[in-house]
Design a protein around this ligand. Structure first.
Ligand SMILES: [Ca+2]
Ligand SMILES: [Ca+2]
Ligand SMILES: [Ca+2]
Ligand SMILES: [Ca+2]
Length: 266
């Protein structure tokens, strides 16, 4: 290629005239001629072959400047999240690596296959704990003298599902009730919470079982337990009821132990 090289007409020194790139053209064959100043001039020519030596002069490039993915919480460990891909004009093979990751209890949330660039879950992904995370992925070439790398942000958002059970503020409740309490009297206030977002955390309370006859009722919304009827004189000293809290699909249960005490002993 004439334009890539110059030759000094006097000294014969061949110099580079423009940028050379192994990846564009790796071999040149120049025909050089020398001419004397006789009359008539005589000349002769020679072929000069020039091989370009490859160096690592290109950075790896990702096919996107930002990757975004959306996954559902509760996926099995090792589930695919997103495929990352980079290329490098140099022939060297690339490997991938996560350089910045979010940790939960010292465990990385995501991992990457260093040859394929596939990102997978490396831990339990919990919306209530980490609804969104940004990791940094690097593509690193295998340059011989010089290693080049490039990194790209990967944003992963987690979709919520109703996976959290209602949690009572106590698993067992103990309450004393005065015998001869009339109906609609306050007995105790039960509370449960649910880590999910509304509406998956809106709870309904119910009494699922009462030992003995039906003496108590619960307000479905507030969890306040009251007497349904006047406590009969002959009711046993101790009884229990089972309370459920439901978010619409997930149900938890707690036990309320009730001691009925005589008014004089209270
Ligand atoms: Ca390179
Ligand atoms: Ca969860
Ligand atoms: Ca959830
Ligand atoms: Ca829930």
């Amino acid at each position: 290629d004439q334009n890539n090289f110059d030759i000094s007409p006097l000294t014969g020194l061949i110099t580079v005239a423009s940028g050379l790139d192994f990846n564009t053209q790796s071999f040149y064959s120049l025909s050089i001629s020398a001419t004397d100043q006789g009359r008539p001039p005589k000349s002769s020519s020679v072929l000069v072959n020039i091989s370009i030596i490859d160096i690592n002069n290109h950075n790896p490039e990702f096919n996107q400047s930002l990757y975004t993915a959306s996954i559902t919480e509760g996926l099995a460990l090792g589930s695919a999240v997103i495929q990352i891909s980079a290329s490098d004009i140099d022939s060297a093979g690339l490997r991938y690596q996560i350089t910045v990751n979010k940790y939960v209890n010292d465990t990385a949330l995501y991992s990457i296959n260093d040859t394929t660039g596939l990102i997978s879950t490396a831990s339990d992904i919990d919306y209530e704990l980490t609804p969104f995370t940004e990791i940094l992925v690097s593509a690193i070439d295998s340059g011989y003298d010089l290693v080049r790398s490039k990194s790209v942000p990967v944003q992963i958002s987690v979709k919520n599902i109703n996976d959290e059970y209602p949690v009572f503020d106590q698993s067992e409740y103990y309450v004393d009730v005065i015998r001869l309490l009339t109906q609609n009297q306050f007995v105790l206030d039960i509370n449960a919470t649910d880590p999910d977002m509304i509406p998956d955390s809106l709870l309904t309370y119910n009494i699922s079982y009462q030992s003995g006859i039906e003496l108590y009722s619960i307000d479905n919304a507030t969890g306040i337990v009251s007497t349904l009827i006047e406590i009969p004189e002959n009711s046993p000293n101790s009884s229990y009821i089972l309370i459920t809290a439901s978010d619409g699909s997930l149900v938890s249960m707690a036990t309320v132990h009730i001691s009925i005490i005589d008014e004089g002993n209270y």
